[in-house]
Design a protein around this ligand. Structure first.
Ligand code: TXA
Ligand code: MG
Length: 323
């Protein structure tokens, strides 16, 4: 790791690291971000590994020009245009239906993506030089405060990032405000650096509180956390019923003598980053195959394995609660 003053040379170097799938901590006007190439699922898995978070959380995609938003969300609306014109670059994150090119690990399998254009010259130059949107959570370790100076990042993540760009103190000092577009209106998901009132001055009332999950505008639209509709269980011999269409999700190899309707592997080489990068997309694919049951192999709860197991446990619990 190296902590370097941000200048055109160090930004160019950091952009090379992003292009090669590495991790770069960079300043924004709100807080420092821990960034990776937002279109490279293995690079994004490294973010979760570095944060030592025991679960996945959808990430914000940082872009450097307003026009590129259309590549990442197909949704068009006058209100979105108004918000972007007025508040970007700035501390406002929009949660919108996502385009296919965004890997599932960025959104934790959600059909929506959070996007923002930060108001910081270093962040903007880095994104432009990288030629890709940068997925980044705040650059703190799980459970710690968000960093507003490069030295905070160094203290908590110093040994886990390839480079820290020092761009001085973040001027806003709190995270961005997050709003989700839904049925032509907006919901406030997280208060932050831009006040609700300022947003409402532009587009009228925005709603607070939970979006009603019983009235989805399109299927799956509202699930903040992905969990499959097909029953999902951890392996147990008692579930191996020959009369059922059963799909299997193994970590590395198939150790079970049974005629599965479909078999998927998280990582043939046993690599946890690759496993994390494949997790949501494999679950989506199994889900689409009209199976009676998905059986998954538990994996060791260490490093990224904890976040993977957290997601699998949630998916299996959900069905137990509903049944
Ligand atoms: O100011 C900020 O927003 C900073 C800087 C680095 O940009 N970033 C930041 O990221 O605070 P993070 O990951 O610490 O917080 C992002 C929040 C998380 O609570 C996450 O759940 C939510 O955004 N989020 C991201 N994508 C979402 C989605 N598709 N639906 C709902 N919530 C989402
Ligand atoms: Mg955070």
């Amino acid at each position: 790791m190296s902590l370097v003053k941000a200048n055109s040379e160090s930004i160019r170097q950091a952009a090379e690291i992003i292009k090669c799938g590495g991790l770069v901590a960079f300043p924004t006007e709100t807080v420092y971000g821990l960034g990776a190439d937002g279109l490279n699922p293995i690079a994004v898995a490294k973010i979760f590994e570095a944060k030592r978070r025991p679960s996945f959380n959808p990430l914000i995609l940082h872009i450097a020009d307003k026009d590129s938003l259309e590549k990442f969300s197909p949704t068009k609306s006058e209100k979105i245009d108004l918000l972007i014109r007025k508040f970007w670059p700035g501390p406002l994150t929009l949660v919108l239906p996502k385009s296919k090119i965004i890997p599932d690990i960025v959104t934790s399998g959600n059909p929506t993506v959070a996007v923002r254009m930060p108001d910081h010259p270093v962040a903007l130059q880095l994104i432009k030089a990288s030629g890709t949107p940068i997925a980044a959570p705040s650059a703190n370790r799980f459970g710690h405060l968000s960093p507003t100076e490069a030295k905070h990042v160094e203290k908590y993540l110093g040994d886990r990032v390839d480079i820290i760009l020092d761009g001085g103190k973040s001027s806003v000092g709190v995270e961005s405000t997050i709003i989700q577009f839904y049925e032509n209106g907006f919901y406030l998901l997280r208060p932050g650096g831009l006040s609700k009132e300022e947003i409402e001055n532009e587009i009228g009332k925005i709603k607070t509180g939970k979006i009603d999950p019983h009235r989805p505008s399109s299927p799956g639209q509202l699930s903040f956390h992905y969990s499959p509709n097909t029953p999902l269980k951890f392996f147990n011999k008692k579930f191996l019923d020959k009369n059922k269409k059963i799909g299997a999700l193994f970590f590395q190899e198939n150790k079970i003598d049974f005629k599965f309707a479909e078999v998927k592997f998280l990582s043939a080489t046993g690599d946890l980053r690759e496993a994390a990068a494949n997790l949501f997309s494999h679950l989506h694919e199994l889900e689409k195959s009209n199976l009676d049951l998905i059986l998954v192999e538990p994996i060791e709860e260490k490093g990224l394995g904890r976040a993977i197991m957290d997601r699998l446990k949630k998916a299996s619990n959900k069905l137990e609660q509903e049944n």
